[in-house]
Design a protein around this ligand. Structure first.
Ligand code: UDP
Ligand code: MG
Length: 317
């Protein structure tokens, strides 16, 4: 099979049929063999009935339904597990992404050797507040990951099958798939300007809290990709640094006291100096950071993933 289209669905009953027919038209027109995998993320409207209806009419439609709402990342992850096409394309189910982009995306993955091609909604039809925060967020993501994408969170993306089978997304991490993929060793990440349309039916499923959560997840990803395999490298470094600062301060106070005594002067109490308390606090925090590092290493030791490496090629094996 050439293509799997993975579509997360959360209360999008009005769009399912239109989207299915549109994808079918584009793919058959371009002689692409394909399947559509709908993941109903616990919808409370008739989305699932619509998916069943489509699946009854068309062999290429497959569907899965969660018992409750788990979020877009969970839906994508489950869809990726089911995908079998050489190219996997994710697409929102609200008709904001246009299926007309499919043939070009498939071509870029299959013929031009890209691991990932992300859509770029250069001209967006979203509320002002979302456009601004999105710009800010993309800037940070670009800067921290070194991946030159304009639109990390575009729902329309294409992947080589191997990519989606190798990365694991959860929580709200659908926004950071390019980073996870880069970390896993898939380096050829491209971008294609795609048409964006305003939402035709239904409402957006995210509120303003997405920006807060997005940022926290960005920090998590940054931490995991840099120090996930060796937390001691971060915590040990910070711990040593803090401990040393405290130690030097305390040492200074101690030596000063000795010098005073040596010269038979009345030495001030060590506890009179604010440095004493700062030194104590800093040394305690330093020790905790160190312990955190050790605990992190112990957790890693027990991880079933600790020796999972992606093998690119083999010879004589
Ligand atoms: N979605 C989902 N589970 C959720 C929230 C959203 O599967 O908990 C789907 C939703 O049906 C849509 C896509 O994720 O297909 C993007 O959601 P939405 O259009 O609301 O986001 P926006 O376009 O406003 O970023
Ligand atoms: Mg949308």
């Amino acid at each position: 099979m050439d293509l799997s289209v993975v579509i997360p669905v959360y209360n999008e009953e009005e769009s399912i049929q239109e989207l299915t027919e549109w994808i079918e038209k584009v793919c058959t027109g371009d002689r692409i063999s394909f399947e559509i995998i709908f993941i109903d993320d616990g919808s409370s409207d008739s989305s699932w009935e619509k998916i069943m209806l489509m699946a009854g009419k068309n062999q290429f439609v497959k569907g899965l339904r969660f018992r409750r709402n788990h979020g877009k990342a969970a839906a994508l992850h489950t869809g990726f597990n089911e995908a079998t096409g050489d190219v996997v394309i994710t697409m929102d189910s609200d008709l904001q992404d246009s299926p007309d982009e499919i043939p070009e995306l498939v071509k870029m993955i299959r013929d031009e050797g890209y691991d990932i091609v992300s859509g770029w909604k250069k001209k967006r039809y979203d509320p002002f507040i979302k456009r601004i925060t999105s710009r800010f967020y993309n800037g940070t993501a670009r800067w921290s990951s070194g991946i030159k994408l304009h639109d990390f969170n575009c729902g329309l993306k294409a992947y080589r099958l191997e990519v989606v089978k190798s990365i694991e997304i959860f929580g709200e991490m659908h926004r950071y798939i390019p980073m996870l993929a880069k970390e896993a060793g898939f380096r050829k990440i491209g971008e294609k300007v795609v048409e964006h349309r305003s939402r035709k039916y239904g409402v957006t499923k995210y509120g303003l809290d997405r920006f807060m959560k997005g940022y926290l997840d960005l920090l998590t990803i940054g931490f995991i990709t840099r120090f996930g395999k060796s937390p001691m490298h971060l915590f040990g470094f910070l711990g040593t640094l803090m401990f040393l600062i405290g130690f030097v301060m305390a040492g200074y106070l101690g030596v000063k006291k000795l010098v005073f005594i040596n010269h038979h002067l009345r030495a001030p109490l060590v506890t009179d100096s604010p440095y004493f308390f700062i030194a104590l606090t800093v040394m305690i925090i330093g020790s905790f950071l160190f312990l955190t590092g050790f605990l992190g290493e112990l957790v890693n030791r027990n991880s079933s993933e600790r020796n999972n490496y992606l093998i690119k090629d083999k010879v004589n094996i």
